[in-house]
Design a protein around this ligand. Structure first.
Ligand code: F6P
Ligand code: MG
Length: 453
């Protein structure tokens, strides 16, 4: 089969086009502003100031490089892990790619690596998360949704102390998977387009109910069957979640995790995090402790104290017992698509990741970027079956369930004619390119592959 091309930044019909022309400059400007603020807040150390100014200059240069469509150059930084695959990819091209014409997935990943390098080289800033301030502000402003879910969780915890039928368990699985799915609608890299009000409007139970019809491919039954009936060792089921955004989405994923463990559906949940600040809001291991501290702080969340502290305690107990584990790996911040998750990919970590995920009864990939990497960010006709779109992953043995609100062009698994229907609706709403319905974040997919195709 000839593979479809990937999406490129200079395609005006792709979401890549406005992303690189408008969203990236805004994101980098926000980084520069964050540094400016950090310098004001910590002006007592001369070394901190000098190093911060160097970062400031490098990020300002990055902004110019994007705006003026300069070449994307190799890193050539052998001492910094995770960069070799980028350099190798650039070396394979006859001419260097440029910011506004390069393949979208590659250049977007490169952007966050390029920004990160500026920090790594300054000892006093090497662990600084330039997105932390924004992550925290947005999480704090989600208080209503956060408390609503904590109350629901506490009620569920009480229900689960009694015998629960399999049917009820499956209904609860559906409810908490839904919460986790729509948590993905609150990704901060879209803040350039969305208001906080927009974000809050997708966080409550009511909003989730209204959005049910917007799930265009829903393999929940198959994912449940895999986990409940087909697990190798039913007494020790394991779920892995390849996380996406910190803040409300991570909180929703933690609640899903608590449900899985409290109900004894699984005995272990492994959460996979990024190693560097990534795509604005993605979760790093350190964000777990920050989340726990936020939940435990009455200054941060003045309302809902009892359910929030209860929830934090439950998480900490599972973490202490090893039932909840957090891992990170450089591979998740590579530009490589997930077709590289295979035993033969020994150079960039694909084999290690495969070995780990193969231990799982269900691997849940959260969010849009993970979906783009699963499907290679290719121009698949949107009625292509999901198991075709994920290439060799479909026969990798991995049980993959992707929970994604659609925020980019690539999409598989739709019924015939659905793409045309939604494109028409989108045009009728005054949008020039109908196909861009798929980048609006209003629709979602929950697609499954059992790894045995
Ligand atoms: O801008 C590119 C992109 O990957 C979009 O596809 C998406 O809007 C965002 O960044 C990340 O989304 P998510 O946090 O859901 O992976
Ligand atoms: Mg993200």
């Amino acid at each position: 089969m000839t593979l479809p091309s990937v999406y490129y930044n200079n395609d005006p019909t792709s979401f890549a086009f406005s992303t690189c022309q408008k969203r990236w400059p805004t994101i980098v400007e926000n980084m520069v502003n964050d540094i400016r603020q950090a310098l004001v807040e910590n002006c007592s150390s001369q070394d901190f100031l000098t190093q911060g100014e160097t970062i400031f200059a490098r990020l300002s240069q990055l902004l110019l490089d994007i705006r003026f469509d300069h070449a994307i150059l190799p890193f050539e930084e052998p001492s910094v892990p995770g960069l070799a695959s980028y350099d190798e990819r650039i070396a394979k091209l006859e001419t260097p790619p440029t910011w506004l014409t390069a393949p979208w997935l590659f250049s977007e990943c490169y952007l966050y690596r390029r920004a990160h390098i500026a920090f790594v080289q300054q000892p006093l800033w090497k662990d600084y998360d330039v997105f932390n301030r924004l992550k925290q502000e947005t999480f704090k402003s989600s208080e209503a949704g956060v408390v609503e879910l904590a109350v629901r969780y506490q009620q569920l915890h009480a229900e689960l102390q009694h015998e629960v039928s399999v049917e009820s368990l499956k209904l609860l699985f559906r409810e908490f998977a839904d919460i986790s799915l729509w948590g993905n609608a609150t990704d901060l890299s879209l803040l350039a387009n969305a208001t906080l009000e927009d974000i809050k409007s997708v966080q409550g139970a009511e909003a989730r109910k209204n959005s049910e019809k917007n799930i265009l491919a829903n393999d929940l039954d198959a994912a449940w069957d895999q986990l409940y009936n087909k697990a190798q060792d039913k007494a020790h089921r394991r779920v892995d979640i390849v996380l996406d955004n910190s803040g409300f989405e991570f909180y929703a994923d933690l609640i899903f995790t608590l449900f899985l463990l409290d109900s004894k559906l699984v005995s272990k949940v492994v959460l996979h995090c990024k190693t560097i600040p990534w795509m604005v809001s993605d979760t790093m291991i350190k964000d777990y402790q920050i989340t726990i501290d936020d939940l435990n702080s009455k200054e941060f969340f003045p309302t809902g104290r009892e359910p929030l502290e209860f929830l934090a305690r439950q998480l900490e107990q599972y973490k202490a017992s090893g039932a909840l584990e957090l891992q990170d790996h450089e591979f998740w911040a590579a530009e490589l698509d997930y077709w590289h998750i295979k035993p033969s990919e020994t150079k960039y970590g694909g084999a290690e990741v495969h070995r780990e995920l193969a231990k799982s009864d269900l691997v849940i990939f959260k969010g849009d970027l993970n979906y783009r990497k699963l499907t290679g960010d290719r121009k698949w006709p949107r009625d292509t079956p999901f198991i075709t779109g994920i290439g060799d992953l479909a026969s990798s043995g991995l049980k993959i369930w992707s929970l994604r609100t659609c925020k980019a062009d690539v999409c598989c698994g739709l019924e015939k004619g659905k793409d045309e229907e939604l494109s028409q609706i989108w045009r009728d709403q005054g949008n020039k390119v109908g196909e861009l319905w798929c980048s609006s974040g209003k629709w979602a997919v929950m697609s499954f592959s059992n790894g045995q195709n």
